[in-house]
Design a binder for this molecule. Structure first.
Ligand code: IPE
Ligand code: IPE
Ligand code: MG
Length: 233
C-alpha cells in the first residue's frame, strides 16, 4: 500500500453525530477527540510523515459561545491527557493558525504541546486551530510586502517557494491526500495554497465514527489514483 507522505483531515460531522444521538453538540466534539487520538496513533504506526488536522477554522467563531468554549476546553483536556503519549511516540506538534486569539488556557496548552515536542523526529502532527487558508495567505503577503518595503526583497524575483516559506506550513510538503468526513464536498478554507494538487477523499462517515480501518480505506483509494500534476502519463 502506497502511504501518502502528508495526510490532512477535515474532521467534520461532530455536531450531526451528537444530534443523531439526541446529545448536545459538544458531546460530538468530545467523541471526536477519541477519533483523533486513534488516528494520530494509526498514522504514527503506518509511518505517515505528516498529519494535519483541521480543529477550528477562522469562521468557527460564528458558533454559539458555549460551543466555542467547549471546543477549547476539549483542546486543553486533549493536551493534558495525550502529551505524555505523544512525547513517548516521538510526535512533533506544530500549530497552524493564529493561536494568540485563543482563550488563555487553550493558548498555553497548545503552545506547550508545540514547544515541548519541538525536538521530536517522528510523526509531524499539525493542528490547524483558528486557521483559515485566506488568512494564512494574507499574512504571508503582509510579511513579504514588509520585506519588500524594507528593501530586503525584490518582488519581481519572488518564487512560489519563497511564498510558501511565509506560510504556517513552511518547510512541510503539501498534503498528498485530504480526507473530509461528514460528507460535504468542499474545503471550507482549509490549506488553500497547499491543496493545489492534493487528492481529495470525502466520506459520509461522521468524524467520531472514523476509525483506523476507515483511514486505511482512504489510503487505499489514494493508492489507486493517477496523479498527473498537469502532465500526461
Ligand atoms: C467539525 O464538526 C468540528 C468543528 C468545526 C470544530 P462540526 O461541529 O462542524 O459538525 P457538523 O458539521 O455540524 O455535523
Ligand atoms: C470545517 O468544518 C472546519 C473544521 C472541521 C474545523 P465546518 O463545519 O466549519 O465547515 P462548513 O461550515 O460546513 O463549511
Ligand atoms: Mg461542520
Amino acid at each position: 500500500m502506497a502511504i501518502p507522505q502528508h495526510i490532512a483531515i477535515i474532521m467534520d460531522g461532530n455536531g450531526r453525530w451528537a444530534k443523531q444521538r439526541g446529545q448536545i453538540r459538544v458531546q460530538g466534539h468530545k467523541a471526536g477527540m477519541e477519533s483523533l487520538r486513534e488516528i494520530v496513533r494509526a498514522c504514527s504506526d503506518l509511518g505517515v510523515g505528516c498529519l494535519t488536522v483541521y480543529a477550528f477554522s477562522t469562521e468557527n467563531w460564528k458558533r454559539p459561545a458555549d460551543e466555542v468554549s467547549g471546543i477549547f476546553k476539549l483542546l486543553v483536556a486533549y493536551v493534558a491527557r495525550e502529551l505524555k503519549e505523544l512525547q513517548a511516540n516521538n510526535v512533533r506538534i506544530r500549530l497552524l493558525g493564529d493561536v494568540s486569539a485563543l482563550p488563555e488556557d487553550a493558548r498555553r496548552a497548545a503552545q506547550e504541546a508545540q514547544t515541548s515536542t519541538a525536538d521530536n523526529t517522528g510523526l509531524q502532527f499539525n493542528i490547524a486551530i483558528n486557521y483559515g487558508g485566506r488568512a494564512e495567505i494574507l499574512r504571508a503577503v503582509k510579511a513579504i510586502a514588509e520585506k519588500a518595503a524594507a528593501g530586503e526583497l525584490d518582488p519581481a524575483s519572488l518564487t512560489e517557494e519563497d511564498f510558501a516559506r511565509e506560510l504556517y506550513t513552511a518547510g512541510l510538503p503539501d498534503p498528498d491526500l485530504i480526507i473530509r468526513t461528514g460528507g460535504e464536498m468542499r474545503l471550507s478554507n482549509f490549506l488553500t495554497w497547499q491543496s493545489a494538487y492534493s487528492e481529495l477523499y470525502v466520506t459520509d462517515t461522521y468524524w467520531p465514527d472514523f476509525t483506523p480501518a476507515k483511514l486505511n480505506e482512504a489510503i487505499e483509494s489514494y493508492g489507486a489514483r493517477e496523479r498527473r500534476f498537469g502532465g500526461i502519463k
